[in-house]
Design a protein around this ligand. Structure first.
Ligand SMILES: [Zn+2]
Length: 292
């Protein structure tokens, strides 16, 4: 009797232990693989003070990768959501508050590429803010491939030529594949003491494919961007997404902070943007010659 009871309890214990282990295994395998901590995403090294670049544009990212807020007359638009590592959601929300904005005013979140440093934080952010998240279809698929059921909710799909209107602001969206199959880029107005400029933000200006058709498409898009008149400002996804030799995001930020009255805004550099596109085209053409 005692033995039977013992056996019953033992097997019941074993079954519940197995159940717990199976559940754990299921949870662990269904979650996205933990991101590798590197110098570029270690928040203790990469945290940066957020800052205002233009009257309506704020940098709220880390040292390596950007996240930006566009302020409109009717709420905020967040561009990219950083990593899914511990501390990142609080860091991003904290940076938005530090520049004097309320994360609860975010109406839209645009994810420019389906790489983890740009979309990783989106799912956790969705538990904290009530906003509509958008990305291009091909990169929505990348996120699902990488994160499965833990991929962020996508409320709307961005298509080439779409516009997004919020209050007084219109964003012109382009799908510019090459870095990822659904890299999104945008054109929007920025204001410096009320003076308007057109800014262009290429969501992934380095091509990540050796398929000649993809590289050709990427070059054709850069040429299409070159033909857009009056782009005077370039916004970069990473700290160094600028023309070689012109200083990175933080060099520009230092110049902006030290700017004297009457000096031009360090981000207002129309020739640099054209030269940047030429440089990217030349690099891609060279890659094309080496392609099989
Ligand atoms: Zn990327």
């Amino acid at each position: 009797m005692y033995k039977d009871d013992f056996m019953t309890r033992c097997s019941a214990g074993l079954i519940s232990l197995l159940t717990v282990l199976l559940c754990l295994a299921h949870t662990v395998s269904a979650q996205p693989p933990p991101a590798r901590i590197s110098r570029g995403n270690d928040l203790s090294l990469m945290a940066r003070e957020p800052f205002r670049i233009f009257d309506n544009l704020y940098f709220v990212g880390i040292g390596e990768v950007g996240s930006y807020v566009i302020q409109t007359s009717d709420g905020l638009i967040l561009i990219d959501t950083l990593w899914d590592l511990p501390g990142y959601t609080d860091y991003l929300l904290g940076n938005i508050r530090k520049v004097g904005l309320d994360p609860m005013d975010i109406e839209y979140v645009l994810i420019l590429q389906g790489h983890r440093d740009h979309f990783g934080g989106a799912a956790a952010l969705q538990e904290r803010i009530d906003a509509r998240f958008g990305t291009a279809e091909e990169d929505r698929k990348l996120m699902v491939e990488a994160f499965g059921e833990y991929a962020p909710r996508i409320d709307f799909i961005i298509e080439d030529g779409d516009t997004l209107n919020l209050g007084d602001t219109t964003l012109h969206l382009q799908v510019t594949p090459g870095h990822t199959p659904g890299t999104t880029s945008l054109r929007f107005p920025v204001y410096d003491a009320g003076m308007a400029y057109q800014a262009y933000f290429h969501g992934g200006p380095s091509v990540r494919s050796d398929d000649p058709a993809v590289i050709e498409h990427y070059i054709a898009d850069l040429e299409r961007i070159k033909r857009i008149p009056d782009i005077e400002v370039q916004i970069g996804g990473h700290y160094d997404s600028y023309l070689s030799g012109t200083g990175d995001l933080f060099d520009r930020a230092a110049r902006l902070a030290a700017r004297q009255p009457g000096e031009l805004h360090p981000w207002v550099q129309p020739e640099e943007f054209q030269a940047f596109l030429d440089e990217r085209i030349a690099i891609a053409r060279a890659a094309l010659q080496k392609a099989p």
